[in-house]
Design a protein around this ligand. Structure first.
Ligand SMILES: *Cc1c(COP(=O)(O)O)cnc(C)c1O
Length: 420
């Protein structure tokens, strides 16, 4: 089987993500996407179980999103956002403010998830500075958490299990706690926060699902407890909805299931339906008001070059049009039922620690994986694109995946897990 020239020529020059370049399987050449499928250079089609890191919630090449991006491209691809504004960004901010609960009304647009988390952290630090409170410079984050790969976001990821443990000594040390799941862990967390409240700016957590850290679920009560602890000690609460936002857990935002409103929420991933990079840090009114001043020095000094990218905002608006149709609730419920039915039998299999499903997220957690690259190859043999996070095999397909493609995905997981 001959490889295309562009693949062979580019390979030595591309430094690939999360990749031991020496030993990893070669990256697959994708030449097109169709609905929930990746089309490879040799004509093979893989059913996509990940929807490109759960961004492509409508599947690929959705005609409504494509048309919106094409029209925007012809009118105006991008202008700087300093001193200038445009309809796609203004409409998007209005819609996000309306869609998010409570007074989460102030939308700061950026290009990537990590950058939106950086902005949320910066907002929290400066919130206290602007109010004349000194020394609140650290964050409380949680074991199992993942908030990005940039330097500041690395400090609020799980320090041991996460992929950034190498850097432990090189970074500011944040306070890392266990989620308050029961009376004991709640008491332990309360004691930890009480001892450190004077130096803490905010609590940061992924609501309901800790995604890249291992697809770990927690119940909504955990978030209500965190909201209460934050309020008791004058801390801001940042909910990182980058993974969970836009329907993935069955509600538009995971925070809705807990009935709480964070002080800042971060959004990205499915914001544009997987079409363009875009993110947002959305603040409640009291946070915004801490920056509202006659003093220029109290302003938020941030402004990514490509922030509020017009094509990306057009894609996001088109994706929100699709959400407004409302059909996504039934689609997520259908995918959820398919995941439960298709993955459930793995509970009885040897070497399986846990099977769990929430919304359009299905997880088969194995006891251990000896050869991750071999496991990845095993999925390819079944013509599916599934990339386990270590011993965590997960599916986050598009909401629009056909029943047949979904069955092929779950069937492949059953076959591969049974064969281990
Ligand atoms: C993916 C992710 C991020 C980082 O987003 P990037 O766009 O990769 O920078 C942050 N937080 C969560 C919860 C994520 O899933």
């Amino acid at each position: 089987m001959s490889e295309p020239d562009w693949l062979v020529e580019g390979r030595p020059h591309l430094w690939r993500p999360y990749c031991q370049m020496k030993t990893a399987n070669p990256a697959l050449p994708v030449v097109a996407t169709r609905a929930a499928r990746l089309v490879l250079d040799d004509g093979r089609e893989l059913v996509d179980g990940i929807a490109s890191w759960w961004t492509a919630c409508w599947g690929y090449n959705h005609p409504h999103i494509a048309a919106a991006v094409e029209a925007q491209l012809r009118t105006m691809p991008h202008v700087m956002f300093g001193g200038l504004s445009h309809e796609p960004a203004n409409r998007l901010a209005t819609r996000l403010a309306k869609l998010l609960p409570g007074d989460l009304d102030h939308v700061f647009l950026a290009e990537s998830g990590s950058v939106s988390v950086e902005i949320a952290m910066k907002m929290a630090l400066q919130f206290h500075i602007n109010r004349g409170v000194k020394g609140r410079t650290r964050f409380l984050a949680f074991r199992g958490g993942y908030h990005g790969d940039t330097l500041a976001t690395m400090t609020v990821c799980d320090p041991d299990e996460g992929m950034h443990s190498l850097f432990a000594g090189a970074m500011p040390q944040q306070l890392i706690g266990d989620l308050p799941r029961d009376a004991d862990s709640t008491a332990a967390l309360e004691a930890l926060v009480a001892a450190h409240a004077h130096e803490l700016a905010a609590i940061i957590v992924e609501p309901l699902v800790q995604g890249a850290g291992g697809m770990l679920f927690h119940p909504p009560e955990v978030l209500r407890t965190l909201r209460r602890i934050a309020d008791d000690h004058g801390l801001l609460l940042i909910l990182d909805e980058i993974f969970t936002g836009f329907g993935r857990t069955g509600t538009m935002f995971a925070m809705e299931q807990a009935g709480i409103v964070p002080d800042v929420a971060t959004l990205s991933k499915a914001l544009t339906g997987g079409t363009m990079p875009l993110s947002a840090a959305v603040a409640r009114r009291p946070v915004f008001e801490a920056f509202w001043s006659d003093d220029a020095g109290a302003a938020l000094m941030h402004g990514p070059t490509y922030m509020a990218h017009a094509l990306a905002c057009a894609a996001a608006n088109a994706s929100l049009d699709l959400f407004e149709g409302g059909g996504w609730r039934d689609q997520v419920a259908r995918v959820s039922a398919g995941l439960e039915a298709g993955l459930g039998p793995c509970r009885e299999m040897k070497g399986v620690r846990d099977v769990r499903v929430l919304g359009a997220i299905g997880v088969v957690e194995l006891e251990r994986v000896d050869d991750l690259e071999a496991l990845r190859r095993a999925f390819l043999a079944h013509h599916v694109w599934v990339r386990p996070l270590g011993r965590v095999v997960y599916l986050t397909p598009s909401f629009t995946i056909s029943d047949a493609d979904l069955a092929q995905l779950t069937g492949a997981v059953r076959a591969v897990v049974a064969g281990l």
